[in-house]
Design a protein around this ligand. Structure first.
Ligand code: ADE
Length: 228
């Protein structure tokens, strides 16, 4: 998968893209990420990318020019249409279902907003999916883009150890994760449930399913019965 990220802070992405599972996905060629700075498309000598809002009010607003120019530059060598994603608290709430949909696309272009917001014509003039990572306001779209890239990358074929890890986990099956344990069997008097040491795979599977359902009912009953 190819991902282009349009941002004012490309340096934010560097450590994330070289670490752990995402680092391996990039290294192994399953994922290729390029960060493009809007500021490189500023027109004036001050390299301005934002300005005061018409009508007054606090803060600065990201201007259309650098955003449209950066996007057109990124897409100029395109043979196919990318799926564009704008990160904004006004977007649809990110779910595992949306991540799965995005992970099936060959190319994403992700736009990170900053400052108090962006010129409305960026929203209306660019055909994009608007996505929020939660009902809270961040100072910019960059942490949200990292969340999105992480969630998508781990679904790409070959990125996680076994495809089962994704199938088995929380949310993919509509339930929260069942409890997991590793060595030692007894840690400070806290012991591992006997069933997990039994070697009886049928019983283990049944116990895990029961635990996952119980947890979901207790903690996130809202997840039961919808199609996320
Ligand atoms: N930018 C600022 N806050 C955000 C949020 N909650 N989700 C996505 N992008 C954002």
């Amino acid at each position: 998968m190819r991902i282009d990220v349009l941002t004012l802070f490309p340096e934010v992405f560097e450590p994330f893209l070289s670490a752990s599972i995402i680092g391996r996905a990039v290294e192994g060629g399953s994922l290729s990420v390029r960060c493009v700075n809007f500021r490189d498309f500023a027109k004036d000598t001050h390299k301005s990318v934002d300005d005061r809002p018409f009508g007054g009010g606090p803060g600065m607003v990201l201007m259309c020019g650098p955003v449209f120019d950066a996007l057109e530059s990124v897409e100029s060598d395109a043979e196919t249409e990318p799926v564009r994603v704008i990160l904004t608290p006004q977007g649809e709430l990110l779910t595992q279902k949306i991540l799965t949909e995005l992970a099936s696309k060959p190319w994403l272009v992700i736009l990170c907003g900053h400052y108090e917001g962006f010129d409305e014509r960026i929203r209306t003039g660019i055909e994009a999916r608007e996505v929020s990572i939660g009902d809270y306001v961040l100072s910019g779209g960059e942490p949200a883009a990292i969340v999105l890239i992480d969630g998508v990358a781990r679904l790409l074929p070959g990125v996680l150890g076994g495809e089962e890890s994704v199938e088995e986990e929380s949310f993919s099956r509509g339930y929260l994760e069942y409890p997991q344990y590793t060595r030692p069997r007894d840690f400070r008097g806290m012991t591992v449930p006997e069933v997990l040491l039994s070697g009886d795979h049928g019983r283990i599977r049944a116990w895990r399913t029961e635990q996952a359902k119980k947890r979901t009912l207790e903690r996130r009953p809202d997840l039961l019965g919808d199609d996320r």
